[in-house]
Design a protein around this ligand. Structure first.
Ligand code: 5GP
Length: 216
């Protein structure tokens, strides 16, 4: 049970998903949300892809091999899992449950396949946000600018970006990332409003009943 920042009313934790084609700025928005928002924890995924320079095991991802991944799928240790660009990714169930149980909301950077799976299990507690680049040219520039992947990988991602983007109607909110600070503020506004949603604030009944009891 979490307390919303501006109130004493207990509420259920929520799961906030950010998805986008690679290069739309989703990771920057996620990092800023974690820095600026209290009681928000990142879900760290497992992946079978190799770490990129600068990536840390246990922080960016848990880097595992195919056999370990298959074992986790079989043991049902993953809340959702999917193949993305030829590698396997999945969300460890235990970590998410740990955060929610201590009253933290959980932020996910996962693709549309994972979002569909999470939606089935989390229903109303899942808030999904799709981040779009401001234009195709800008997306191409950002993908090249990153310089961490081979040319073939960049080409492959460019080709898949159009397909990825076709999933925007499945999301609750869409942010067009023209200006990063505006996009971060918009993501914060979504989180703030969703934290205040009546259906999630399970302590409201008691709160109001207590006030009303003074009259009788
Ligand atoms: P990257 O390899 O660039 O870190 O991520 C590639 C894509 O995989 C991104 O769209 C990212 O959102 C997605 N992804 C990362 N972790 C997971 C996960 O646990 N599950 C799913 N379904 N997608 C993930």
């Amino acid at each position: 049970m979490a307390l919303v920042p501006d109130s004493r009313i207990p509420r259920r934790g929520l799961m906030l998903v950010l998805s986008s084609p690679s290069g739309a700025g989703k990771s920057t928005i996620a990092r800023a949300l974690l820095e600026r928002e209290d009681r928000l924890a990142m879900s760290v995924s497992v992946t079978t892809r190799d770490p990129r320079p600068g990536e840390e095991d246990g922080k960016d991802y848990f880097f595992i091999d195919d056999a370990a991944y298959r074992a986790k799928v079989e043991e049902k240790e993953l809340l959702e899992h999917a193949e993305v660009f030829g590698h396997y990714y999945g969300t460890p169930r235990s970590l998410v449950e740990k955060h929610l149980s201590v009253g933290e909301d959980v932020l996910f950077d996962i693709d549309w396949q994972g979002t569909q799976q999470l939606r089935e299990s989390a229903r109303d507690d899942l808030i999904s946000v799709f981040v779009l680049p401001p234009s195709y040219d800008e997306l191409a520039k950002r993908l090249k600018g990153r310089g961490q992947d081979s040319e073939d990988v960049v080409k492959g991602r460019m080709a898949k970006a159009a397909n990825e983007m076709s999933h925007w109607p499945e999301y609750d909110y869409v942010i067009i990332n023209e200006d990063i600070e505006t996009s971060i503020a918009n993501a914060q506004a979504i989180l703030k409003a969703e934290r205040l949603r009546r259906s999630r604030r399970v302590g409201l009944g008691d709160f109001v009943n207590e006030m009303r009891s003074h009259n009788g």
